[in-house]
Design a protein around this ligand. Structure first.
Ligand SMILES: NC(=O)c1ccc[n+]([C@@H]2O[C@H](COP(=O)([O-])OP(=O)(O)OC[C@H]3O[C@@H](n4cnc5c(N)ncnc54)[C@H](OP(=O)(O)O)[C@@H]3O)[C@@H](O)[C@H]2O)c1
Length: 199
Protein backbone atom coordinates (compact mmCIF):
# COMPACT_ATOMS: atom_id res chain seq x y z
CA UNK A 1 0.00 0.00 0.00
CA UNK A 2 1.09 3.61 -0.53
CA UNK A 3 1.49 5.65 2.65
CA UNK A 4 1.97 9.36 3.13
CA UNK A 5 3.74 10.05 6.40
CA UNK A 6 3.51 13.74 7.20
CA UNK A 7 6.35 14.64 9.52
CA UNK A 8 10.11 14.30 9.35
CA UNK A 9 10.71 14.00 13.09
CA UNK A 10 11.60 10.80 14.90
CA UNK A 11 8.01 9.58 14.78
CA UNK A 12 7.54 10.08 11.05
CA UNK A 13 10.86 8.50 10.22
CA UNK A 14 10.29 5.55 12.56
CA UNK A 15 6.79 4.83 11.25
CA UNK A 16 7.96 5.33 7.67
CA UNK A 17 10.91 3.01 8.14
CA UNK A 18 8.78 0.23 9.57
CA UNK A 19 6.22 0.60 6.77
CA UNK A 20 9.01 0.19 4.22
CA UNK A 21 10.28 -2.90 6.04
CA UNK A 22 6.74 -4.28 5.83
CA UNK A 23 6.81 -3.87 2.06
CA UNK A 24 4.78 -0.68 1.70
CA UNK A 25 5.69 2.44 -0.25
CA UNK A 26 6.16 5.64 1.75
CA UNK A 27 6.51 9.28 0.84
CA UNK A 28 7.65 11.33 3.82
CA UNK A 29 6.10 14.81 3.81
CA UNK A 30 7.62 18.06 4.92
CA UNK A 31 7.09 21.81 4.50
CA UNK A 32 9.77 21.75 1.81
CA UNK A 33 10.62 19.19 -0.86
CA UNK A 34 14.32 19.15 0.07
CA UNK A 35 14.12 18.72 3.83
CA UNK A 36 17.51 17.18 4.73
CA UNK A 37 16.09 14.75 7.31
CA UNK A 38 13.53 13.49 4.80
CA UNK A 39 16.00 13.18 1.93
CA UNK A 40 18.47 11.33 4.17
CA UNK A 41 15.70 9.07 5.49
CA UNK A 42 14.55 8.20 1.95
CA UNK A 43 18.09 7.35 0.84
CA UNK A 44 18.66 5.12 3.87
CA UNK A 45 15.24 3.45 3.89
CA UNK A 46 15.71 2.04 0.40
CA UNK A 47 13.31 0.95 -2.31
CA UNK A 48 9.82 2.35 -1.97
CA UNK A 49 10.86 5.34 0.13
CA UNK A 50 10.92 8.91 -1.04
CA UNK A 51 10.29 12.41 0.19
CA UNK A 52 8.31 15.45 -0.86
CA UNK A 53 6.17 18.28 0.35
CA UNK A 54 3.15 17.66 2.54
CA UNK A 55 0.96 18.00 -0.58
CA UNK A 56 3.11 15.68 -2.69
CA UNK A 57 3.10 13.09 0.06
CA UNK A 58 -0.64 13.31 0.67
CA UNK A 59 -1.36 13.05 -3.06
CA UNK A 60 0.79 9.90 -3.19
CA UNK A 61 -0.61 8.13 -0.15
CA UNK A 62 -3.66 5.89 -0.15
CA UNK A 63 -3.42 6.27 3.62
CA UNK A 64 -2.11 9.42 5.30
CA UNK A 65 -0.36 9.46 8.68
CA UNK A 66 -0.20 12.73 10.58
CA UNK A 67 3.09 12.74 12.51
CA UNK A 68 3.67 16.43 13.12
CA UNK A 69 3.17 18.29 16.38
CA UNK A 70 -0.47 18.48 17.36
CA UNK A 71 -0.32 22.27 17.59
CA UNK A 72 0.72 22.54 13.93
CA UNK A 73 -1.30 19.60 12.63
CA UNK A 74 -3.98 21.72 10.99
CA UNK A 75 -1.36 23.86 9.26
CA UNK A 76 0.43 20.78 7.94
CA UNK A 77 -2.82 19.23 6.74
CA UNK A 78 -3.93 22.47 5.11
CA UNK A 79 -0.62 22.44 3.24
CA UNK A 80 -1.28 18.78 2.35
CA UNK A 81 -4.56 19.89 0.79
CA UNK A 82 -8.12 18.80 1.48
CA UNK A 83 -8.29 17.44 -2.07
CA UNK A 84 -5.49 15.00 -1.21
CA UNK A 85 -7.15 13.83 2.02
CA UNK A 86 -10.75 13.31 1.01
CA UNK A 87 -11.94 9.71 1.32
CA UNK A 88 -8.62 8.55 2.75
CA UNK A 89 -7.90 7.05 6.14
CA UNK A 90 -5.98 9.70 8.08
CA UNK A 91 -4.10 8.19 11.01
CA UNK A 92 -3.39 10.86 13.61
CA UNK A 93 -0.62 10.02 16.09
CA UNK A 94 -0.02 13.60 17.23
CA UNK A 95 -0.14 15.17 20.67
CA UNK A 96 -0.77 18.91 21.15
CA UNK A 97 2.03 19.50 23.64
CA UNK A 98 2.49 23.08 24.82
CA UNK A 99 4.37 24.84 27.59
CA UNK A 100 1.76 26.70 29.58
CA UNK A 101 2.42 28.37 32.92
CA UNK A 102 5.82 26.69 33.05
CA UNK A 103 4.42 23.19 32.54
CA UNK A 104 4.26 20.83 29.61
CA UNK A 105 0.57 20.29 28.93
CA UNK A 106 -1.80 18.96 26.31
CA UNK A 107 -3.69 21.83 24.74
CA UNK A 108 -6.46 21.33 23.79
CA UNK A 109 -7.47 18.64 26.23
CA UNK A 110 -10.78 17.50 27.75
CA UNK A 111 -13.08 19.95 25.93
CA UNK A 112 -11.64 19.27 22.46
CA UNK A 113 -8.86 17.30 20.81
CA UNK A 114 -6.62 17.48 17.77
CA UNK A 115 -8.30 14.44 16.26
CA UNK A 116 -11.65 16.19 16.48
CA UNK A 117 -10.21 19.44 15.14
CA UNK A 118 -8.82 17.56 12.15
CA UNK A 119 -12.11 15.77 11.50
CA UNK A 120 -14.01 19.09 11.65
CA UNK A 121 -11.54 20.83 9.34
CA UNK A 122 -11.39 17.91 6.88
CA UNK A 123 -14.85 16.31 7.00
CA UNK A 124 -14.13 14.08 4.00
CA UNK A 125 -11.04 12.53 5.59
CA UNK A 126 -11.54 9.36 7.65
CA UNK A 127 -9.67 10.33 10.80
CA UNK A 128 -8.51 7.66 13.23
CA UNK A 129 -6.59 8.56 16.37
CA UNK A 130 -4.14 5.97 17.63
CA UNK A 131 -0.61 5.29 18.91
CA UNK A 132 -0.15 8.76 20.44
CA UNK A 133 0.01 7.25 23.95
CA UNK A 134 3.18 5.27 23.32
CA UNK A 135 6.77 6.03 22.37
CA UNK A 136 7.42 5.78 18.65
CA UNK A 137 9.75 2.80 19.07
CA UNK A 138 6.91 0.99 20.84
CA UNK A 139 4.43 2.08 18.14
CA UNK A 140 6.17 -0.19 15.65
CA UNK A 141 7.46 -2.82 18.10
CA UNK A 142 5.07 -3.27 21.02
CA UNK A 143 7.09 -6.26 22.30
CA UNK A 144 9.63 -3.73 23.58
CA UNK A 145 7.30 -3.35 26.54
CA UNK A 146 6.60 -6.69 28.20
CA UNK A 147 3.10 -7.65 29.23
CA UNK A 148 -0.42 -7.16 27.97
CA UNK A 149 -0.35 -3.40 27.43
CA UNK A 150 -2.87 -1.85 25.10
CA UNK A 151 -3.32 0.78 22.47
CA UNK A 152 -6.57 2.48 21.46
CA UNK A 153 -8.18 3.55 18.22
CA UNK A 154 -11.02 6.02 17.91
CA UNK A 155 -12.74 7.86 15.11
CA UNK A 156 -16.08 8.29 13.44
CA UNK A 157 -15.62 5.78 10.61
CA UNK A 158 -15.85 2.13 11.67
CA UNK A 159 -14.31 0.91 8.40
CA UNK A 160 -11.37 3.26 8.85
CA UNK A 161 -10.88 2.05 12.42
CA UNK A 162 -10.89 -1.54 11.14
CA UNK A 163 -8.24 -0.67 8.56
CA UNK A 164 -6.09 0.91 11.26
CA UNK A 165 -6.51 -2.12 13.54
CA UNK A 166 -5.14 -4.19 10.64
CA UNK A 167 -2.20 -1.80 10.28
CA UNK A 168 -1.54 -2.05 14.02
CA UNK A 169 -1.52 -5.82 13.57
CA UNK A 170 1.23 -5.43 10.98
CA UNK A 171 3.18 -3.40 13.55
CA UNK A 172 2.80 -6.28 16.03
CA UNK A 173 -0.26 -5.23 18.04
CA UNK A 174 -2.57 -8.27 18.26
CA UNK A 175 -6.25 -7.36 17.93
CA UNK A 176 -6.93 -8.34 21.56
CA UNK A 177 -4.63 -5.53 22.64
CA UNK A 178 -6.32 -2.86 20.54
CA UNK A 179 -9.14 -1.05 22.33
CA UNK A 180 -11.65 0.28 19.84
CA UNK A 181 -13.15 3.31 21.58
CA UNK A 182 -15.54 3.90 18.73
CA UNK A 183 -16.67 7.32 17.65
CA UNK A 184 -14.50 10.26 18.65
CA UNK A 185 -15.76 12.62 21.32
CA UNK A 186 -17.21 15.06 18.80
CA UNK A 187 -20.49 13.18 18.63
CA UNK A 188 -20.39 11.86 22.16
CA UNK A 189 -23.42 13.30 23.93
CA UNK A 190 -21.45 14.21 27.03
CA UNK A 191 -19.33 16.43 24.83
CA UNK A 192 -21.52 17.81 22.06
CA UNK A 193 -24.53 18.28 24.29
CA UNK A 194 -26.95 16.53 21.92
CA UNK A 195 -29.09 13.53 22.80
CA UNK A 196 -27.68 11.30 20.05
CA UNK A 197 -26.43 8.66 22.47
CA UNK A 198 -29.28 8.75 24.94
CA UNK A 199 -31.56 5.77 25.30
N1 LIG B 1 8.28 11.01 20.21
C1 LIG B 1 7.42 10.05 20.45
O1 LIG B 1 7.80 8.90 20.73
C2 LIG B 1 5.94 10.34 20.32
C3 LIG B 1 5.02 9.45 20.87
C4 LIG B 1 3.65 9.68 20.69
C5 LIG B 1 3.23 10.77 19.96
N2 LIG B 1 4.15 11.64 19.44
C6 LIG B 1 3.69 12.76 18.63
O2 LIG B 1 4.14 12.55 17.30
C7 LIG B 1 4.23 13.80 16.63
C8 LIG B 1 5.57 13.91 15.93
O3 LIG B 1 6.59 14.02 16.88
P1 LIG B 1 8.13 14.19 16.40
O4 LIG B 1 8.90 14.45 17.63
O5 LIG B 1 8.51 13.09 15.51
O6 LIG B 1 8.10 15.43 15.45
P2 LIG B 1 7.88 17.00 15.73
O7 LIG B 1 9.20 17.63 15.99
O8 LIG B 1 6.80 17.20 16.73
O9 LIG B 1 7.32 17.45 14.32
C9 LIG B 1 8.17 17.50 13.20
C10 LIG B 1 7.35 17.87 12.00
O10 LIG B 1 6.55 19.02 12.27
C11 LIG B 1 6.60 19.86 11.13
N3 LIG B 1 6.31 21.25 11.52
C12 LIG B 1 6.95 21.98 12.46
N4 LIG B 1 6.41 23.22 12.53
C13 LIG B 1 5.41 23.26 11.59
C14 LIG B 1 4.49 24.25 11.19
N5 LIG B 1 4.46 25.47 11.74
N6 LIG B 1 3.61 23.94 10.21
C15 LIG B 1 3.61 22.70 9.64
N7 LIG B 1 4.47 21.72 10.00
C16 LIG B 1 5.36 21.99 10.96
C17 LIG B 1 8.01 19.71 10.64
O11 LIG B 1 8.05 20.11 9.29
P3 LIG B 1 9.43 20.08 8.45
O12 LIG B 1 9.60 18.65 8.03
O13 LIG B 1 9.17 21.00 7.33
O14 LIG B 1 10.52 20.55 9.38
C18 LIG B 1 8.26 18.23 10.84
O15 LIG B 1 7.85 17.50 9.69
C19 LIG B 1 3.99 14.86 17.69
O16 LIG B 1 2.64 15.29 17.63
C20 LIG B 1 4.24 14.12 18.99
O17 LIG B 1 3.53 14.68 20.09
C21 LIG B 1 5.48 11.46 19.63
Amino acid sequence: MRYAVLGTGMVGRTLGGRLIELGHEVRLGSRTSDNPAAVEWAAAAGAGADAGTFAEAAAFGEVVVNAVGGRVALAALEAAGAENLGGKVLVDVSNPLAFEEGELRLSPVESDSVGEQIQRAFPHARVVKTLNTVNCLVMVDPARVPGEHQVFVCGEDAGAREQVVALLGEFGWPARRVLDLGVSGRHAPWRCGCRCGSA
